[in-house]
Design a protein around this ligand. Sequence first.
Ligand code: GLU
Length: 508
Amino acid sequence: MERRVRVRFAPSPTGPLHIGGVRTALYNYLFARQHKGDFILRIEDTDSQRFVPGAEEYINESLRWCGINIDEGVNEGGDYAPYRQSERREIYLKYAMDLINSDNAYYAFDTPEELTSLRESVEAKGEVFAYNYTVRTEFATSLILSKEEVEERINRGDQWVVRFKMPENEIIHMKDLIRGDIAVNTSTLDDKVLYKSADSLPTYHLANIVDDRLMEISHVIRGEEWLPSLPLHYLLYRSFGWSDIQPEFAHLPLLLKPTGKGKLSKRDGDKMGFPVFPLKWVAPTTGETARGYREDGYFPESFINMIALLGWNPGNDQEIMNMEQLTELFSLDKVGKSGARFDPEKAKWFNSQYMQKRDNSELAESFLVELKERGVDCSLDMAIKVTSMIKERTTFISDFWGESFFIFEAPKSFDEKVVAKFWKGENPIRMAKLRELLAEVEDFSASNTESLVHNWIKSNELPMGQIMNSLRLVIVGESKGPSMFDICEMIGKEETLKRIDFAISELA
Ligand code: GLU
């Protein structure tokens, strides 16, 4: 029988979710949807020292904003609950003990001072220190102490940890769905801590393996930074006797800085002027803030589309894909091995593409909020008209005002450069004549004024560019904006004439 696809996104709540984390969540989600499986959110909060209040809520809200729907998780519940590791703490000790009993792990009682002193003496000899088969017998561990001594130490309250007993000089063969076959010699690995008596909590490695098994995870899709842990994870599955049912693994390529050099870090955004987080983040202790895609005006669909293509492509040039299309097309085979360069300009390009697809009335509703804040009175109908006129020139809703302020406000002054260029020669007189012509027009629709004005220009053999640029100066105050006839229709006849009058007297 085919195994049911169950994948998990397993962030640690140590701060805001980076876009790399969103990509991991997205690929897991697409994979689950495509295989009609389950997408699980598991919060890995066993490292109490790195716990950041608010981070878990941030993760949930980010996924919700992105349209990544969780099947089982901390808020959703599910058959494998709880999904927060701190609420599963009773589970893990038994597994740590199983590993000790099967001689795959041991108690270590060394103090931080003992560890430092041994490390220093090894390093003094010019060697690299690793806590592994070369040094493990030099410490007080259950490998050398008698059973009674171990019990005595535990009973009197000595602190201990459980460490994995990494085999010596064994080649571990692993399979990664993106990277293919990988082999590592265990002598290059150390005896990782799996459990700590100090807080009665497992470390990431133990909790992660135990939970993936108990939650029947079929595929682990995660960032490349976890690849070095893969041999240990293989060995943990083997030690528990779970090799036959262990998940398959896929490690996603790194996200690189826009320069292509080095890993995209959480600090790069502020340094380089683009967000690296899905939502705005306010650090709970320092109050420091970091920008978010949502608050910067990105549409979630565009954000997701952009993220999906960081390390994956559908095998052709198709770039614009919604969640459904992504679900259909996604495949781990087409995820690259090498780092994916993050391009903030491309992110903007995606947003402008999605802007064009967006419903005008929805955009207009958002624009009305800004207009209201600016004290501009505008109906929804009018806002929709303005939206359809300017949206092809915009990337964000926050661009709308800059592209349409002249609809709502008559110019009070005029761009000097444009004045110098066009308010000369015959042009002021031509504007006065144009005013006369427009004053007679009854149907002020763009198409009608356009044909009347063009005919007038032609029959009087006037210079088209000079006339149209002068008119723009008079109506807008500068040399920007969409079609002049659209603008005139929108502000109406009375306002058009008023603006021409004002400019003629003001610039005289
Ligand atoms: N808690 C780990 C993290 O923060 C999960 C790694 C994994 O998916 O195994 O990324």
